[in-house]
Design a protein around this ligand. Structure first.
Ligand code: SF4
Length: 272
């Protein structure tokens, strides 16, 4: 069974990533973010180990040409709490290092700091998501913990800050996170809603859902199976982040928004 698969984010025309392979060392995610885009996957909140993962991974790695970029992980976090004991992700990193692959690690967890000894010797970048939306990310490490982890990562290797998603009325003004992290590159995007994520947000924060319902379902637009804010609203939210990054000489890209950005890549591959 293949475990390295072409990255295929909803087959979206808005995606600006170049070709890359997606790898999820675990099935399911422990962070349980209310806004999660991956909950169409059955039993998504249960983190499960994969059968014969290392054998399958090595088989796939042997077929690579050496130019591919692997993104770990896009539809779950590679550092759930059980990783502390299991070290499944850590052992995958050892394998990636042996095969000299180019890797982008995407995580919300400070556990990644443990693996800097391996990661810093690879052609790798760590992309850490820090949104300041602790209210909607109750089971993920707190914002302050992530900022500290980000600083440790960026001292050791290329680090990308994912200020993503921007949620209207919740974290639009949290530009202090960018200032605190001092990243080389920021990638940002506005919240996209599905009916299931909207229901979870409504349960956690009814006051917020009331405002979002109007912005998304009355004034916004539907693209594929996601609800977006109106173009005008998205553009002004994203521009605010970009202008702040410009003032600090940080490159800034937008993820699946359909707006031009100057940065060399959205996912940070230019840092590899
Ligand atoms: S970390 Fe990502 S994949 Fe995991 S629950 Fe949160 S949004 Fe979903």
């Amino acid at each position: 069974m293949r475990v390295l698969k072409p990255f295929d984010p909803w087959k979206s025309e808005l995606c600006t990533c170049g070709f890359k392979l997606s790898f999820n060392p675990y099935t399911g995610c422990a962070h349980r973010c209310d806004y999660c885009y991956a909950t169409y996957i059955p039993r998504f909140w249960e983190v499960r180990e994969k059968k014969e993962l290392f054998r399958n991974l090595e088989k796939d790695l042997k077929e690579l040409s050496g130019d591919e970029i692997i993104s770990m992980s896009n539809s779950s976090d590679p550092y759930p709490p059980m990783e502390k004991e299991k070290e499944i992700t850590r052992n995958c990193l050892k394998l990636f290092k042996d095969y000299d692959v180019k890797l982008i690690v995407v995580t919300k967890s400070d556990i990644v700091v443990r693996d800097l000894d391996i990661l810093s010797e690879m052609k790798a970048a760590v992309s850490m998501t820090i949104t300041g939306c602790d209210l909607l990310e109750k089971f993920a490490p707190a914002t302050e913990k992530r900022i500290l982890a980000f600083k440790k990562v960026s001292e050791a290797m290329p680090a990308v800050l994912r200020f993503d998603p921007i949620v209207p009325y919740l974290n639009e003004d949290r530009l202090d996170i960018i200032e605190a992290c001092e990243p080389e590159h920021v990638v940002t995007s506005t919240l996209k809603l599905r009916r299931d994520s909207f229901k979870r947000i409504a349960k956690t924060a009814p006051w917020l859902a009331e405002k979002l319902g109007r912005l998304y379902f009355e004034e916004g637009e539907r693209i594929g199976s996601y609800w977006y804010l109106s173009k005008e609203r998205r553009f002004s939210m994203l521009k605010k982040v970009e202008e702040f990054c410009n003032s600090l000489s940080i490159s800034c890209a937008f993820c699946r928004e359909g707006f031009y950005f100057k940065a060399e890549s959205c996912d940070g591959r230019h840092l590899l």
